[in-house]
Design a protein around this ligand. Structure first.
Ligand code: G16
Ligand code: MG
Length: 217
């Protein structure tokens, strides 16, 4: 059957996790506590609103909805200031080779990201026209590990869920793909992403033979 490929954005196509970290750290410091890179792990693939709740739990801070809304805006403003400086040099190693190979074979491709900033990021790095459809944080009601972002992507590509192949760097994203029987490919630490069907440290480890196997499975 026809296959479709779905790519997460942050941590798979570009390394924006560091920018999210810096912006959350600024907010934590402003509120009077520390926020470590290790703690940032649990923010990967998680929505902005949920991330703030986790941060406030770490700092043991109670806040009104008005305060939270204000912090969500200031965090995002700082994040956007980092995004503005991105170029195509910020595309992670090996990604372009994979995208171009699939494109040359006319394989349908979707972006499936929790981020509300996915479109401006793709424009900055020159990948906006690479995908047949972009499903991001503006289109979904339910965040990963709910599979909504991926099921909408597969629906828009016109492929059944078991014919969709998902590249993800977060545990929540791998669980989302697995829950609807998509093929899950973990990009990152295989110890952390052990629930994935296949594991790679990054896209430089993925070759055309492997991609052909997925396409022809
Ligand atoms: C990304 C990041 C998360 C971030 C989320 C929302 O998801 O991994 O850390 O909190 O998007 O981002 P924003 O604040 O830009 O809406 P993904 O799914 O691309 O990995
Ligand atoms: Mg991610």
């Amino acid at each position: 059957a026809k296959k479709g490929f779905i790519f997460d954005l942050d941590g798979v196509i570009v390394d924006t996790a560091g920018f999210h970290y810096l912006a959350w750290k600024s907010l934590a410091n402003e509120l009077g506590f520390e926020f470590t890179e290790e703690q940032n792990e649990q923010f990967k693939g998680v929505s902005r609103v949920r991330s703030l709740d986790i941060l406030l739990e770490i700092g043991d801070i109670n806040a009104t909805q008005d305060q939270k809304d204000k912090w969500l805006v200031s965090k995002n403003e700082e994040y956007l200031s980092y995004i503005e400086k991105m170029t195509d040099a910020d595309i992670l190693p090996g990604v372009l080779k994979t995208l171009n190979y699939l494109k040359s074979k006319n394989i349908p491709m979707a972006l499936g990201s929790a981020s509300k900033n996915a479109q401006p990021i793709l424009k900055r790095v020159g990948l906006f026209d690479m995908f047949d459809t972009i499903v991001d944080g503006n289109h979904v009601q339910k965040a990963k590990p709910d599979p909504e972002v991926f099921t909408i992507g597969a629906d828009e590509l016109g492929v059944s869920y078991s014919d969709a192949i998902v590249f993800e760097d977060s545990i929540a994203g791998i669980q989302a793909a697995n829950s609807v029987d998509m093929v899950s490919i973990g990009i990152g630490d295989p110890g952390i992403l052990h629930e994935a069907d296949h594991n790679f440290r990054d896209f430089t480890e993925i070759n055309s033979t492997f991609l052909d196997q997925l396409i022809n499975a």
